[in-house]
Each structure stands twice: as C-alpha cells, then as structure tokens.
Design a protein around this ligand. Structure first.
Ligand code: BDR
Ligand code: CA
Length: 313
C-alpha cells in the first residue's frame, strides 16, 4: 500500500525532482498535499514553483498551501546564487493556471495528520523546517500521530555547504530544526554526506532529456542550470542532487546505508549556527533520535529517478 505523505518544500530545482519522482511513484507514495516554506527563494516564488510542478506532472488536484514566509527568529537567508532568481530557473515552465489552496501550510499539516489514522502519515521535508516545527508547536498531538519525518538536511563528515559547519536547510532555521529533532517522531535525515555522492554528471542529465517527455526535459533543464554554481565550487564531475534522496529513500531504502544515532542542533553559537552535531561514534549516552543516512548507490539512485520521471507527462 502506498505511504501517505505531505511534502514540505521550498522549490528549488532539487525539490522539484524530489516531488516529480514521488508523483511518478503512486504505488509507493500517495502525496496528500504540499506545504510550502520560504528558503531557497522567498515564499511567493516557492509557492508559484510548487504550483508549476504539480501542473507539469499533470496533478493539479494536489493541493499546494503557502506556509511560513520566514524563520522563527532569524532573517531569511536565500540561495539565488544556486537556484536563480525564481528558484526554478532553467526550464521555461508556463505560469501556473491554478492557485494555492486557502489554508495556511501549517494548518494543512495539522489537519491532515489528524484526519488520518495515527501512524499513517509521513512528512517529507525538503527545506528549512519552519512549517514542520510550527505545526508541532501548535498541535503537539501530531508528533505521536506521524509515521515518520524524512528530511534532507544537515551533515557530519561533509560538514557544511552554506557555512563551513552548516547545511543550508538547517542553517536557515536552526530553532525550528531543534524542535523537530527533539519531537520524538521517528526521523530519518539525508545529509550532505549522502547527497554529495549523488552527482548529476552530464550523462545522467542527458538520461532525463532522453526520456522524451516534458517532465524529463524540464528536469534536464533544471539540473543544467542549478549545477553551474556547484560545479565551480566543488570541482566535481557533477553537482550534488540533494532533495530527491528523500523520495528515493522512501521508495528504495535498500539503495542507502546509515545508522540510528543522536543528533543535536547548534543554535547558540554564531560561528557554528545550524551545525548538526551527530554522535556518529556513540561517544555520548544522549538518546538516539535520528536515522543518519551516510551513503548511497548513485547509479541506482539516478536509474530510479529516470524510471519514475518517465512515467509522467
Ligand atoms: C538543500 O538546500 C537547498 O538549496 C536545496 O534545495 C536542498 O534542500 C541542500 O543544502
Ligand atoms: Ca530544498
């Protein structure tokens, strides 16, 4: 039976591939809706992008809800230098013909989790954790009702991508991340340690284009754009692809390896703000609160994504 899931997201080209590949996996993932957060770019762009994506996938029935437009206590930090001014630069997607649903994204999360049997809804979090934390603060009962939170965020061996010690999603709203990691929900994190292994080489981008459908063309155009900054930064043969690791982990967990450990979020220090302090070697007796995915099979990952994008229009 398909797992019921809410995407919480700040699209973003890599968020887009995560969502599209999930929509191409209806037997495994039932997407109940999308809550949108500010992150890669401001909220008005991330909402418009989410609407464009559900239309691209031929799924305008999936509700898109605008959520928080800024972190709890910090000024919003965006990443136009990676994703472009709209956050979805690359493909020439038409402006959305549908509108966002009226409810706030945080209320959508709460009401959706409460409306389904306990233990049957998961949150797939692809951006700063503001909406997810607000939902848990506003309705603490949902923590015990969630099946899981699977998120892209953090790093340990790979340390950081927006500062020397922090990954972007956690850095943007560390107070929110702290709440989510302490909520007692079964939590899996896909950190830079695994996403840096998933490099979109030219051949892998070409494989999306070779599918020959509009979704494959759009994915290829997105990745061709967003790789520019990272290729220069890392000097690798392909740019890392972050958020689709969440979808792939849900559908093909055997592609990944990790371990259950304690992870705490640094909120006090300005120097190491948003660092995910991961007790990978078990040197403390702090409670284990996160399944930390350290590595994955990149060939299997890209084959999975291409197969699922091929099922879309
Ligand atoms: C994360 O930050 C964003 O730029 C990406 O969409 C991804 O969610 C990677 O650090
Ligand atoms: Ca993202």
């Amino acid at each position: 039976m398909a797992r019921k899931a809410i995407f919480d997201t700040d699209p973003g080209q890599d968020d887009a591939v995560a969502i599209l590949s999930a929509l191409g996996s209806p037997e495994e993932i039932e997407v109940l809706g999308i809550s949108v957060v500010a992150g890669n770019v401001p909220l008005h762009h991330t909402v418009a992008n989410a609407l464009k994506l559900v239309e691209l996938a031929g799924r305008p029935d999936i509700p898109v809800h605008a959520g928080a437009d800024r972190p709890f206590m910090r000024r919003l930090k965006t990443a136009e230098h990676v994703h472009g001014e709209t956050g979805l630069n690359g493909p020439d997607l038409p402006a959305p013909t549908i509108a966002a649903a009226p409810r706030h994204g945080v209320d959508f999360i709460i009401e959706t989790v409460r409306a389904h049997e306990a233990g049957t809804v998961s949150i797939l979090a692809l951006g700063p954790l503001t909406n997810v934390a607000l939902a848990i603060l506003k309705a603490p009962d949902i923590a015990a009702r969630l099946e899981a939170i699977v998120l892209m965020g953090g790093a340990y061996f790979e340390v950081g991508n927006i500062t020397p010690t922090a990954e972007f999603n956690i850095y943007v709203d560390p107070e929110a991340a702290k709440i989510v990691f302490a909520a007692g929900v079964p939590l899996t994190m896909l950190p830079l340690d695994v996403t840096h292994q998933m490099r979109a080489t030219e051949a892998r981008i070409e494989a999306f284009r070779a599918i020959g459908n509009r979704s494959g063309d759009a994915v290829a155009a997105m990745l061709s754009f967003s790789q520019g900054f990272d290729l220069q930064k890392y000097g690798w043969e392909g740019a890392p692809l972050h958020d689709p690791c969440v979808t792939a982990f849900l559908v093909r967990p055997e592609l990944f390896e990790g371990r259950l450990i304690n992870v705490e979020i640094e909120t006090a220090s300005e120097l190491t703000r948003g660092m995910t302090v991961a007790d990978y070697w078990g040197v403390t007796d702090r409670p284990k609160n996160a399944f930390f995915v350290r590595s994955g099979d990149a060939e299997g990952f890209y084959a999975f994504l291409a197969e699922r994008i091929a099922r879309l229009p």
